[in-house]
Ligand binder design. Structure first.
Ligand code: 13P
Length: 252
């Protein structure tokens, strides 16, 4: 059986109500295609747009996710500025991005990430768990060590259903820079991650994505990395034109 390939659009702090037309164009593209094989298209717009987009688009060809969740593991409470997993579910999210480097830089450490993961799982949200090293860590040969640490300090061993966790390897030096790691480098990283997740967490088949400057021009080459199950896409996901170019080779 062929594996599911994920194309996840992380819109970050971009978009307005008008941007729904970009998702509608993607939907129109998908409707014309046969969907043999397993593909998942997930849009993660900013939260102010999520509910509106989800309600207008609601369609099994496109799913939705949020970009953050509160670390407070409660449904409701006196926590100004927080949004619980239950609230995210209520506005139509089935996924949530946790551990993105742009969030880690602001206010998210591994302990916070662990709390968010537990809160998301309790609310039956699937997690897009981002990990990645910075350029100086890479230069010092510490990449895999950093990735293992990010995982170990945030993920409890008792998590049994790894179908609900999508690992997204996003080297920080590649995000928004146009620099994409060589396939040799990525192959090594994914092989090591695969072994680590199987040994330590007994994950049968880890779902591992790549993120960082994915474009229509490099997606085919990145797709040759056998352990990758898809992509987390920032800039190139904002316009339907480039997003469709990225996914189109995967649709008949
Ligand atoms: P870019 O595709 O813009 O490099 O962003 C990648 C990313 O951070 C996705 O989460």
């Amino acid at each position: 059986m062929s594996k599911t390939i994920y194309f996840i659009a992380n819109w970050k702090m971009h978009g307005n109500y008008n941007s729904i037309k970009e998702i509608q164009k993607v939907l129109n593209f998908l409707k014309k295609k046969t969907t043999y094989g397993f593909k998942k298209i997930i849009f993660c717009p900013p939260l102010n747009l999520l509910s509106y987009f989800e309600k207008k688009i609601r369609n099994k060809l496109i799913d939705f996710g949020a970009q953050d969740i509160s670390k407070v593991n409660l449904n409701y409470g006196p926590y100004t500025g927080q949004l619980s997993g239950k609230m995210l579910k209520d506005v139509g999210a089935n996924y949530v991005i946790i551990g993105h480097s742009e969030k880690r830089i602001l206010d998210e450490d591994n302990v916070t990430i662990k709390k968010k993961i537990n809160s998301a799982l309790k609310n039956k949200l699937k997690i897009i768990f981002c990990i990645g090293e910075n350029i100086s860590q890479k230069k010092m040969g510490l990449s895999i060590k950093i990735l293992k640490k990010q995982i170990s300090q945030s993920l409890e061993k008792k998590i049994v259903n790894f179908d609900n966790i999508i690992f997204a390897y996003e080297p920080i030096w590649s995000i928004g820079t146009g620099i994409v790691p060589a396939n040799d480098y990525l192959n090594k990283i994914y092989k090591k991650l695969n072994i680590f997740l199987k040994d330590k967490y007994k994950v049968k088949t880890p779902i591992m994505l790549y993120g960082g400057s994915v474009t229509p021009d490099n997606v085919a080459s990145l797709g040759n990395i056998s352990l990758i199950s898809g992509f987390l896409i920032g800039g190139a996901s904002l316009k339907a034109k480039s997003f469709i170019k990225i996914i189109k080779n995967y649709y008949i």
